[in-house]
Design a protein around this ligand. Structure first.
Ligand SMILES: *Cc1c(COP(=O)(O)O)cnc(C)c1O
Length: 226
């Protein structure tokens, strides 16, 4: 199926109030163009280098770029003022670097806190027990605004997926009931090609779909350093 058909099918399934992010990592710019022409305005990339080079050739001013992958501190300076939302704030050290770089450029960073909800040792993301500390430090920032939470859940069967999505929704709702400076629980970013329908049923309002939009990825074609 074509990219336009994939997008049409997904839009038929999800409600208008769900934010669809088309994850274009490893895909050529012409695919982004095709998705844009089919109405997509939110694109997700997981690597700063690839994101920057695609942004450079992109002429559309109304595209919102999302950095969805792990963000190394030494790469923050390359994205200042360029991305709509950073989905992967996962440590105090990264927060400090984002605050520093955005402050020196007079820009505001909109971020999601990425939670390692499956407590997977191989995955990035903050453990829930470290959340209070990060939140209190976000409250002291001048140039960082938290807009919600993000999670990549461990691979598993439907029952296990639901369990993790439910835990994220519970956490999201709990934070939403509180008032913190600089923190607004607007977006709950969870759900990918294989599980976005379940994620939405469990309360996600932002899904990141790659292969479901662009077709299978071939990592050998576009191997690059993180
Ligand atoms: C690649 C990626 C996605 C999209 O994955 P698909 O299975 O292709 O939908 C979503 N989120 C993150 C963080 C990713 O790196």
């Amino acid at each position: 199926m074509s990219i336009a058909e994939n997008i049409k099918n997904i839009k038929n399934i999800i409600e208008d109030d769900i934010n669809l992010i088309a994850v274009s990592k490893t895909k050529p710019f012409k695919d982004i163009e095709e998705a844009y022409n089919a109405g997509i305005r939110n694109f997700g990339e997981n690597k700063v280098q690839e994101l920057s080079s695609k942004m450079e050739i992109c002429k559309h001013k109304d595209i919102r770029w999302h950095l969805i992958g792990h963000l190394q501190r030494n790469k923050v300076k390359y994205i200042v003022g360029k991305v709509y939302l950073i989905h992967s704030l996962d440590s105090v050290r990264l927060l400090n670097e984002i605050e520093k770089q955005y402050k020196s450029n007079g820009e505001i960073a909109n971020v999601l806190i990425q939670i390692n909800i499956g407590r997977d040792g191989n995955k990035t993301g903050l453990l829930i027990e470290d959340l209070d500390e990060l939140i209190s430090l976000c409250e002291k920032c001048d140039n960082v605004k938290v807009k919600g939470l993000m999670a990549i859940i461990p691979i598993g069967d439907e029952k296990q997926c639901r369990k993790y999505f439910k835990e994220m929704k519970t956490l999201f709702d709990k934070l939403k009931r509180n008032t913190f400076k600089n923190i607004e629980m607007k977006y709950l970013s969870m759900g990918m090609t294989g599980d976005y329908k379940i994620a939405i049923e469990e309360g996600s309002n932002m899904v990141r779909i790659g292969e479901g939009v662009f077709g299978k990825r071939n990592y050998n074609i576009n191997k690059e350093e993180d």
